[in-house]
Design a protein around this ligand. Structure first.
Ligand code: ATP
Length: 235
């Protein structure tokens, strides 16, 4: 169980995340919908230990993971796929993937997890020796997700996995994420792409100006007036 309790992030006087609380179970897919600047990236970074929380806490299976370094959060079982992917362009697909297996918890099963990643993303298996900088945006996003999987997370945090990808590639990415979920990993996805992310999610939250302003099952959110107004052109 991943539990956020009143998570608050401030940059100086600017309140980027204001008292966010919710919980996710393993194997669940939860999406946080929010426009540019709503605080989505800050929320994920706070969970991953990449920005400090000024108030509140994050608990993984009842143990707090707030106030510890980001690598400790990863070691405990939370992996972030950041916006912009942060992969190493001048290294091959396989080298990038293996970089993800540094936590102690992941080392013993590195080969097994690598085959699992190649099974979910066959394109990466075909191109395991290719330099990542020569790959398409969609393929690079697959590398970023695969690398996070290599750390054997219990929870995977994804920052706008659809950003900059063609619609068909986005569809493939979300199908792959559905397979990642079947391995028992819990997924927390922040997105602006409402339709595709709600199709894959069990439930979601609406983040507006740093606060949670709505929540529901995917179906409820899809029919929610505020969601439709903010993201679907008021359809
Ligand atoms: P986007 O989709 O554009 O990335 P977001 O919902 O992920 O938006 P955040 O990146 O979390 O939003 O930013 C929330 C607010 O905090 C924004 O107003 C942003 O300008 C501000 N902010 C983000 N990072 C910092 C920082 N390091 N220092 C100061 N302000 C920041």
């Amino acid at each position: 169980m991943l539990e956020l309790k009143d998570v608050t992030v401030r940059y100086g006087k600017h309140l980027a995340v204001d008292g966010v609380s919710f919980a996710i179970a393993k194997g669940e897919v939860v999406v946080v919908l929010g426009a540019n600047g709503a605080g989505k990236s800050s929320l994920l970074k706070a969970i991953a230990g990449m920005v400090p929380t000024s108030e509140g806490s994050v608990e993984l299976n009842g143990e707090t993971v707030t106030g510890v370094p980001a690598y400790t959060v990863t070691n405990r079982g939370i992996a972030l796929v950041p916006e912009g992917r942060a992969i190493v362009g001048r290294m091959s697909v396989e080298e990038n993937l293996r970089l993800g297996a540094t936590p102690q918890r992941a080392r013993a099963s590195e080969e097994k997890t690598l085959s699992q990643v190649f099974d979910i993303f066959p394109r990466l298996a075909e191109r395991r020796k290719q330099l990542v900088q020569t790959m398409s945006g969609g393929e690079q996003q697959m590398v970023a997700v695969g690398r996070a999987m290599m750390s054997k997370p219990e929870f995977l945090l994804l920052d706008e996995p659809s950003l900059g990808l063609a619609p068909i590639v986005v569809g493939d990415m979300f199908k792959a994420l559905a397979r990642v979920r079947k391995t028992g990993v819990g997924l927390l996805i922040v997105e602006q792409n409402v339709k595709i992310s709600l199709r894959q999610a069990d439930r979601g939250y609406l983040l507006e100006a740093a606060r949670i302003t709505g929540s529901g099952t995917s179906e409820e959110l899809m029919n929610d007036r505020a969601v439709r107004h903010a993201f679907l052109g008021g359809e």
